[in-house]
Design a protein around this ligand. Sequence first.
Ligand SMILES: *Cc1c(COP(=O)(O)O)cnc(C)c1O
Length: 388
Amino acid sequence: MPALQVIMYTSLMKVPVNEPVITKAAKKYVVDALESGWVSSAGPYIGKFEAAFAEYLGVKHAACVSSGTAALHVALLSIGIGEGDEVIVPDFTMIASVFAILYTGATPVFVDVEPDTYNINVALIEKKITRKTKAIMPVHIYGHSVDMDPLIVLAQKHGLAVIEDAAEAHGAIYKGSSTVTTGGKKCGAMGDIGCFSFYGNKIITTGEGGMVVTDNDALAERVRSLKDLAHSPERRFWHKEVGYNYRMTNLQAALGLGQLESIGEFLKHKEWMAAEYGKRLSGIAGIQLPVTKPYAHNVHWMYSILIDDDFPMTRDALRVALKEKGIDTRDFFPSSASQPVIRDLLGKGGTFPVSEHIADRGLYLPSGLALTQEQLEYVCDSLKKIHG
Ligand SMILES: *Cc1c(COP(=O)(O)O)cnc(C)c1O
């Protein structure tokens, strides 16, 4: 191949930040659901998907909902969180964690994060607990488990509920390894109640969708009622409280069930991606690679890096340079407390040095399930060239 063609080819390579893989089984189930006529939230795939997800996580109950945000909202409501209550949440998270708390009328109380895992810094939680605190919401950010044991001990000591936001952590394990599937606890299955998202860029997708999981019969019943307009058990269309339409459709559940059958392969792909990126990018001055603590089996939902002062340009300039080479990236979430809507509602609620630091320096590289070896090598080579 002439040299020019090689250059044109590589300069045209497009690497999206995330591209899902829709499996054959998923397509088959969706077509089956369509042909059956069960397109809404009744139909056999709902129950099948819930049962398969509950079994995968090792929990008693799973209830599918219309989004991860809806999952968090009904999970909080099922615990009885409402006006006047405080819920502890990491300052560094996707805004849905915070909004779900606000929907209930409760107040989010932010805690700074760890500089290496970007997860809530458990050692900083206790001093944020007040008489109004009702719950802690750990978020397993980018697929790395929060250090849950000390968090749960703290919650028990103060009588607080634990609502896990596992929207980015399908299959992630705490105190287990990739080769040990028993003994380790799965993210989402450690708190009183756990929440997942099946948005298009998540490890399992239903397009839009979510799941609430719990071992607690009463909470499961509350979630099932609240997500379906809170009909009275003894009389349909008779309502004693406000409910929501957060139902998932049978079509989405069919897609989810098909995807879930391949979760083992999806997680292997993530593991491969992290190993390859780690191998190729280690030793580049100014780039901090993601860490995996000994207690975590990290599923690397997104391969996240920090660009520090030793790098020849800023994070934002690097993102532009990568974009010029066809490589799509995303920057980290801004500090929640610094979001305009949060300042308007709650005022300036303290400072979060770690969260603010990483928000300015973090980005994630293309991490989708469809990412190829060729694309990954192109991303790493481009980064090295830009670094110079
Ligand atoms: C994606 C995500 C959500 C929200 O899920 P949606 O399905 O988009 O509503 C909540 N929390 C975290 C941490 C997420 O990454």
